[in-house]
Design a binder for this molecule. Sequence first.
Ligand SMILES: [Zn+2]
Length: 359
Amino acid sequence: MLRDLFHPYSRNPAPHPVQYDHLPEMEALERILAQGSPHLDVKVVQQVRTASSSAPPLPLYCIGLGNPSPDVPAMGFFGGVHGLERIGAEVVIAFLQSIVMRLQWDASLHQQLESVRLVFMPIVNPGGMWMGTRANPRGVDLMRNAPVEAIDRVPFLVGGQRISAGMPWYRGRAGEPMEAESQALCDVVSTELLKRPFSIALDCHSGFGVRDRIWFPYAHTRQPIAHLAEMQALKQIFEQTYTHHAYVFEPQSLQYLAHGDVWDHLYQQACSEPGRVFLPLTLEMGSWLWIKKNPRQMFSLKGIFNPLIEHRQQRVLRRHLSLLDFLARASCSHAVWTPASPTARARLHADALRDWYGS
Ligand SMILES: [Zn+2]
């Protein structure tokens, strides 16, 4: 499926293409990295073992491009944190592919990249994706694994549990370090995004919902974040730019609370430095949009989290590319749209409280 989608690469393979059983996303990614190599800083930040002792370890890639100076803003794209939700990784890979292709002809993109850093981690949980599980190969849910305790009540199991790695939403054992993949994600965000005065992150997931949602912290409490005004400003320019967009933009706490959310953890880390702005977003693509058109998918675990029919998959990929492009531009131009005066900031904060927190 992905081989067809990335057709130009199947005619232009990497010099030493590696075959990954059950992981066409990794093959597609490596073809794109070979194609874009003169412009990309590619690092393997971790090697992940699967449950199979004979299989080679899988690389956890981090790709950077654009201006590396810590003075410029950055935009980070993350996918594949949950191994079952392949479409999240595919959206990030499709966007990286379009950037790599445009690098060959688009002078305006080169101009943009002089004033922004783009960071990609398209497959954060390659072992889980290889195994077809939400969790990593050790059974830990990477979105429940950070050292953050929910303040308010979380839903049973879904909010994170320490009962068993054999059940979903397992947080890992209390007091143990984070999983290698979670730690690698945090290290990349700390060094590539949080060293800068302004950055945005988008982590692409899919869930059993009827709408596409863009979530921002917190997940561990219903309290608003300190940068509610900046979040409101971002939402406003998005709505002005894409009048007919279909996303629900909201704090995750409006849906459910959870322990161990890695973006809550990183946001709190970012707030330790006054003046730094870090806006983490999670895209939760609603799988019900695909299932209602093809109800047989209800009987397949993969189908609940991914659009199975190819043309539908291509439509899903296309639909979200403008969001990813918008965020890269918004990060680049943050000085123009973020509130400059205390009065403007207070007004946006009040609007956001009214829209999302009922006050
Ligand atoms: Zn997910």
